[in-house]
Design a protein around this ligand. Structure first.
Ligand code: NA7
Length: 566
């Protein structure tokens, strides 16, 4: 690895950002850094690596006990990524690409966590993080142009830059159902799963939630539980994953071709290798359409999304595809009443994150698995013994919550982030999350987000977005150092223009037509609206690159002052 860009020069400068200083007063010792990184998932780990290679003094904080982000927490049975493993991995290190070998097309959580551990160990990244630590506040110090950061362990740090690599899905959400704290059986949360194995054998188990997480849990726990009760409110569309082991010949070819494959991924709308179509749904005959959908169903994964170009813009085309999936439910599920209840209706397919399964619908043919349709029979309360719906109480030994996340904005709103003039992110986002390029907010100098709201997060490969965002931030920091600049932030006009673009593009897609975490519909009192850039990852990259090339268009800088008081 190359020595860092700033390393030698700054190491000689005692007043350089990054030098430890002792300050007199209330806080006896304040650690002075260049960058505080929050989160040790894909974004945070890469940020630590990249900034260290630049010679920056960094400190990372992570609430979990180790690296991995969502894959550290989500240890529930059946947890698995829904993108091909070879796509869902870092591209920044050819060494890692060559040394790591994926075993399955869609890796399960233990393998994903092993990957994180491998990367962290191989690049010696753990030393930059303090684990089991939550940042509780980050406050901008206008006079000294730096962030003061506090943690729940009582630390106080000062840093020129803050990078919030907090991820779009890191604040799990309990259901708003009365009585949850009364339940005396074993309560399990998908997003905070125990580290030791959980046995369901002979147990009466309930699962609330049938998004990606609930579906993965149901098909796995259904095999083991004595009785499984699935409490379903909105049914999801799910398609066959068709997971398979990766053959060594194929892997060897992948390893030979990684650079080209990554370039294709970076140039695509989804930041991945999934083929996309330019064909409009009604441009081919009904028989051809049917054949294309059948082929995609057989191929598995998200192939269905790549069958036609207009599935997310043409409601009629979308409904045809939805009906195709409903017909598949009829083919698999033997009981017609259950089949009917499992069929999603009233929102476009793919407007909620499409789920991938291996035996979800088949699970309902098992005599021990019971679907509770909460539209017909809503939950009234959780009792000491189980779940009471309108029709009666279901007694349960274990209750699993797979009820989703306060997505995109939850993590940054969970602690106090205070920018210029005492303005908080809560204030700034009162009417909905705002940002410029999904990366920065007006009034919050030197504070960056990776995979932030109003970027393409959730709609494209999160690893590609994370790498892109960290590289861009690294470029900004290098530029500022060279130019002697102290602060960067977006102008209000640039932020407004970006938000107008995000809104205009969102009106062209059907993504706004379902009640999902994408639009904030799953969190009470959350401002509603699609805070995602729907123009595609390739366009997002182009727009970011153009802004940088154009002299950091849309950003305002301030020069370093002569003397900085300590
Ligand atoms: P999701 O997709 O947000 O799913 C959460 C599920 O929990 C969904 O079925 C909800 O039904 C259900 N839910 C939430 N609150 C309740 C209450 N009060 N009663 C009954 N059911 C409830 O989260 P996931 O964790 O599955 O997936 C998140 C992302 O991870 C996914 O998009 C992929 O990117 C991977 P509702 O829809 O609100 O009727």
């Amino acid at each position: 690895m190359k020595p860092g860009l700033f390393h030698e020069r700054q190491a000689l400068r005692p007043d350089a950002p990054g030098a430890d200083v002792n300050r007199k007063g209330g806080d006896s010792c304040v650690k002075r850094l260049d960058v505080v990184v929050v989160g040790a998932g894909f974004g945070g780990l890469y940020a630590a690596y990249r900034f260290r290679e630049m010679g920056l003094r960094i400190q990372g904080f992570e609430a979990g006990g180790d690296v991995g982000g969502v894959w550290y927490w989500n240890r529930y049975p059946g947890a698995r990524v829904d993108l091909p493993s070879i796509d869902y991995s870092y591209s920044f290190s050819p060494e890692i690409e060559q040394e790591w070998t994926w075993s399955e097309q869609f890796a399960a959580q233990p393998e994903l966590l092993a990957y994180f551990n491998f990367v962290a160990t191989r690049l010696d990244l753990r030393k930059h993080f303090q684990f089991n630590t939550r940042v509780t506040s980050a406050v901008w110090d206008e006079a000294r142009a730096l962030w003061t950061v506090r943690t729940d362990r009582g630390e106080l740090l000062e840093a020129t830059y803050c990078v919030m690599a907090t991820g779009p899905l890191s604040i799990p959400k309990d259901p708003d159902i009365p009585g949850l704290d009364r339940y005396e059986g074993r309560l399990l949360r998908a997003a905070k799963w125990p580290h030791e194995p959980v046995s369901f054998a002979g147990k009466r188990v309930g699962v609330i939630g049938t998004g990606s997480t609930g579906i993965q849990i149901v098909q796995e726990v259904g095999k083991q539980a004595g009785e499984l009760y699935v409490f379903q409110r909105t049914p999801s569309f799910t398609m066959p994953m068709r997971n398979a082991p990766l053959e060594s010949d194929y892997l060897a070819e992948v390893k030979r071709n990684y650079p080209a494959m990554r370039e294709i991924a970076r140039s695509s709308a989804v930041g991945g290798l999934r083929p996309q179509s330019t064909r409009a749904f009604f441009s081919v005959t009904p028989a051809q359409r049917q054949q294309l959908l059948e082929d995609a169903w057989k191929n598995g994964g998200l192939a269905m999304l790549g069958t036609f170009a207009d599935l997310m813009s043409n409601e009629e085309a979308n409904e045809h595809v939805a009906e195709f999936v409903r017909s598949k439910i009829d083919e698999v599920v033997k009981d017609p009443v259950t089949a009917e209840r499992l069929k999603p209706r009233g929102y476009p397919i793919f407007a909620r994150r499409p789920c991938l399964d291996s035996s979800y619908y088949e699970t309902y043919n098992q005599p021990n698995v019971h679907l509770v349709d909460l539209f017909a029979d809503p939950i009234v309360e959780i009792t000491e013994k189980g779940v009471r719906t309108q029709s009666g109480e279901v007694e349960l030994d274990m209750l699993i919550l797979a009820t989703g996340y306060d997505g995109l904005t939850g993590a940054l709103l969970a602690f106090d982030v205070v920018g210029r003039d005492g303005r908080t992110v809560n204030d700034h986002w009162k009417q909905g999350a705002r940002s410029y390029l999904g990366l920065m907010m007006d009034g919050f100098p030197n504070l960056f987000m990776t995979t932030g709201p109003n970027g393409p997060a959730a709609l494209a490969n999160i690893v590609r977005i994370s790498e892109h965002d960290v590289d861009l931030i690294a470029g900004v920091i290098t530029h500022m150092d060279k130019q002697g600049l102290a602060t960067i932030e977006p102008t209000p006009e640039a932020e407004k223009e970006w938000m107008d673009l995000v809104y205009t593009l969102s009106q062209r897609t059907l993504l706004t037509k379902a009640k999902t975490w994408y639009v904030g519909a799953n969190v009470k009192d959350k401002p509603q609206g699609l805070t995602l850039f729907t123009g595609g990852f390739h366009k997002y990259r182009e727009l970011c690159a153009a802004a940088v090339k154009d002299g950091y268009r849309g950003f305002a800088f301030q020069r370093k002052k002569q003397a900085v008081a300590v």
